[in-house]
Design a protein around this ligand. Structure first.
Ligand code: P6P
Length: 335
């Protein structure tokens, strides 16, 4: 690849082109990218790194934490402590927001993350990832309190994920398109490998945990049964199914070749409002999907329009190829 564009060069060029990327936000993104490199190294060591298996602790989600969940969370906290760009951080792995240590200055941004999404796949060597979302501190609200984080997804100034797969990728949006960087392990830097990703508007591939079928609402059952009916059914075409059980891996496949990712409201998760978390899974992924021309809904409303009521709030998620998401939403409206 001649004249490879590094993440740093890309961010400088974005600042020149759009002026929306001040020095603190640029530092934030470079620090998060560096933390993702460190997480990638830890993940890639596998059993040799002594970090597989359970940590022996649990998180607010009621989930047993993997050692790499805890390590990844620590890497992101430490990486972002000294820069003076953040007011506070929130994580899937922490009950409450984490404050910037007193010896460091604070800044005007809030960082939210799922430090290692899909970590149940770690011990079986399947792709996992880091998801992050960036907000500005909320005017008139103490920046370090939970309330300051409770902003709709439309308020995000940046969002991204790293996927630790056969290669380590960083996918990023600043609100002016979606761009993909591949980790060059020889240089130790992320190199731009795709600008302005666009999701195909149609698809023949859906992504859902089909073992939950008996718990789904009628519109979801209708949609999936029509896909499975294939050419002989109302869709008149065959569909393929993929479910990695790692949102980052499933969403990246959809970003790359189209598809629809669904973790719908079902009888199992209805009491909590859904399975996936709004603030650091659904919102950042929705920002990326919409910036790439796709759509993202709960089935009944645009995910990024939701006014959050709690930091670890859960929502149903239907996101991906525009025309397919619109069909699923229409079935919910018919119901
Ligand atoms: P299930 C991983 O734990 C996660 O939060 C997402 O990454 C993934 O899409 C989903 O849960 C998998 O859920 O119920 O299929 O194990």
């Amino acid at each position: 690849m001649n004249n490879p564009v590094s993440l740093t060069q890309f961010l400088i060029e974005e600042q020149r082109a759009h002026g929306s990327l001040n020095a603190d936000l640029r530092l934030l993104l470079e620090v998060v990218a560096r933390a993702c490199k460190r997480i990638s190294i830890a993940v890639s060591k596998g059993a040799l790194g002594g970090v597989l298996g359970e940590a022996g602790t649990g998180n607010i989600q009621g989930e047993a934490q993997k050692k790499l969940d805890v390590l990844s969370n620590e890497i992101l906290l430490q990486a972002n402590a000294w820069g003076g760009h953040l007011a506070a951080m929130a994580s899937e792995e922490m009950d409450h927001p984490s404050l910037i240590p007193g010896e460091y200055p604070t800044g005007g941004y809030l960082l939210l993350f799922d430090p290692l999404d899909g970590s149940s796949n770690i011990d079986v060597n399947i792709s996992v990832g880091t998801i992050f979302s960036v907000l500005r501190v909320k005017e008139g609200v103490e920046p370090t309190c939970e309330e300051s984080f409770l902003q709709p997804g439309t308020q995000q100034v940046a969002a991204g994920y790293a996927v630790y797969g056969p290669s380590t990728l960083l996918v990023l949006t600043l609100g002016t398109g979606v761009h993909v960087f591949t980790l060059d392990r020889e240089l130790g830097s992320f190199t731009l490998t795709q600008r302005d990703v666009r999701i195909p508007e149609d698809t023949q591939e859906f992504s859902i945990n089909a073992s939950n079928r008996r718990h789904w609402e009628a519109p979801m059952t209708r949609y999936i049964d029509e896909c499975i009916a294939g050419k002989t059914g109302p869709r008149g075409k065959d569909f393929n199914m993929r479910w990695v059980a790692s949102m980052v891996a499933d969403v990246h496949r959809i970003l790359t070749r189209g598809g629809v990712f669904m973790y719908p409201l079902d009888a199992k998760t209805a009491a909590q409002g859904g399975k996936l978390r709004l603030m650091y899974e659904a919102n950042p992924m929705s920002f990326i999907i919409e910036q790439a021309g796709g759509k993202s809904s709960t089935g009944r409303e645009r995910i990024m329009a939701i006014q959050p009521e709690a930091l670890h709030q859960r929502v149903p998620v239907i996101m991906g190829s525009r025309n397919e998401v619109e069909r699923v939403v229409s079935y919910h409206q018919d119901n």
